[in-house]
Design a protein around this ligand. Structure first.
Ligand SMILES: Nc1ncnc2c1ncn2[C@@H]1O[C@H](COP(=O)(O)OP(=O)(O)OP(=O)(O)O)[C@@H](O)[C@H]1O
Ligand SMILES: [Mg+2]
Length: 144
């Protein structure tokens, strides 16, 4: 599995990395994000949205309580999920997660480790590791 590694030293740099790879995502993709609390997953999503749907970037925030935020562009939406508060597969059904897969948008999930068996195996993955107060290692695996 080919993996690219980036090292960043601020949230702005993490956003920049995400913006840089955003063009490799297209409608229909699922991107699973992995990493501990405060790793920078939401910062990463902000970078993706700034690359793909810049008109929506001010809307990006953690969907911890809402579970899903929609950033609606002209041609497609980005659905930003946070699984942190979900317990089991029943919870995924109750938020209608599987219906979102049919909407033709881009799905990005935080706390993907909680549902490793359920996410599409062909999906793209990004893991963020906290290696210092402001340093992060970002592993990008787009399966190519
Ligand atoms: N290199 C970096 N990349 C990303 N964030 C950084 C970096 N250095 C410091 N930070 C800080 O770390 C925090 C990352 O927060 P963020 O909400 O993006 O994390 P998260 O992984 O989404 O956490 P949670 O699991 O709580 O949703 C922010 O306060 C950000 O300013
Ligand atoms: Mg977050």
């Amino acid at each position: 599995m080919a993996e690219k590694v980036f090292v960043t030293k601020s949230a702005a740099e993490t956003e920049e990395v995400a913006r840089g790879i955003s063009s490799r995502l297209s409608a229909g993709d699922v991107l699973a994000l992995y990493g501990d609390m405060g790793a920078g997953k939401t910062a990463f999503v902000r970078g993706l949205v700034s690359g793909l749907l810049p008109e929506c970037v001010r809307l990006v925030h953690s969907p911890t309580f809402a579970i899903v935020n929609e950033y609606a562009g002209k041609d497609y939406s980005i659905y930003h999920f946070d699984f942190y508060r979900l317990k089991d597969e029943d919870d995924l059904y109750s938020i209608a997660f599987f219906d979102y897969l049919d909407r033709g948008g881009i799905i990005v999930t935080e706390w993907s480790e909680l549902f490793e068996d359920i996410l599409p195996p062909s999906g793209k993955r990004v893991r963020i590791e906290k290696t210092g107060e402001e340093e992060r290692r970002i592993y990008v695996d787009f399966g190519d």
